[in-house]
Design a protein around this ligand. Structure first.
Ligand SMILES: NC(=O)c1ccc[n+]([C@@H]2O[C@H](COP(=O)([O-])OP(=O)(O)OC[C@H]3O[C@@H](n4cnc5c(N)ncnc54)[C@H](OP(=O)(O)O)[C@@H]3O)[C@@H](O)[C@H]2O)c1
Length: 180
């Protein structure tokens, strides 16, 4: 689906076949404070992640949207493209290595870079105290909320460092690099 979407050179975004859209709509500010920046947001097809993705795109970033369900990805991408924003999307269950790989590849192949990683996807299998939670519950919390963001960051950080500008945000881990 994403193979023939866009060609990128030297980190510049070149829309050509549809999933990324730049329109002349006044709602897309190509000169926004995030112009030519690339943001990857996990768990971004609805809720808080979707709002973050929309705002980053409204500020001029090219945004890669993702979540577990293809239909949610399609709906979110269609909605934001309909607003004239530059977005693409792919399925990515953050707990699956092959999905994380696909997410990184989409950002690099079609945007040429990564500047921001927002790890919004998280699992909340327990409401209330975790004391007494089963090992299975702890595995889920640690895999989705801690291990997956750390692995995603380690995959993307080399590309973020190349840009001299990187910001990673998540609900479990936070790190950033100032612009040079
Ligand atoms: N809402 C609150 O009051 C609140 C308070 C504190 C913290 N938080 C945290 O803030 C984040 C967003 O909250 P929210 O209320 O917006 O959540 P939400 O409405 O449940 O949205 C979750 C988003 O993440 C995706 N998602 C869920 N599990 C995923 C996984 N394993 N891998 C990738 N994507 C996944 C969902 O799409 P799919 O179903 O398609 O995967 C959806 O796009 C969550 O991490 C939550 O724990 C929320």
């Amino acid at each position: 689906m994403f193979q023939a979407v866009a060609k990128v050179s030297s980190g510049r975004f070149c829309p050509c076949m549809g999933l990324f859209v730049r329109s002349n709509s006044s709602r897309t500010d190509q000169r926004g404070i995030l112009a030519n920046r690339v943001a990857v947001v996990t768990g971004s097809t609805y809720g808080i992640g979707f709002a973050i993705a929309r705002r980053l795109a409204q500020d001029g970033a090219h945004v890669v949207i993702s979540s577990r369900k293809q239909q949610n990805v399609n709906k979110a991408v269609a909605m934001l493209q309909g607003e004239g924003l530059s977005v693409a999307g792919t399925v990515c269950h953050v707990g699956k290595a092959e999905d994380r790989e696909r997410l990184v590849n989409l950002a690099l192949e079609h945007c040429g870079a990564v500047d921001f990683l927002v790890c919004n996807a998280a699992a909340n299998p327990v409401v209330g105290s975790t004391l007494g939670a089963s090992e299975e519950v702890w595995d889920k919390i640690l895999n989705i909320n801690v291990k997956a963001p750390a692995l995603l960051l380690s995959q993307m950080l080399p590309y973020m460092e190349k840009r001299g500008y990187g910001y990673k945000m998540g609900w479990g881990l936070v790190g950033y690099g100032e612009p040079e």
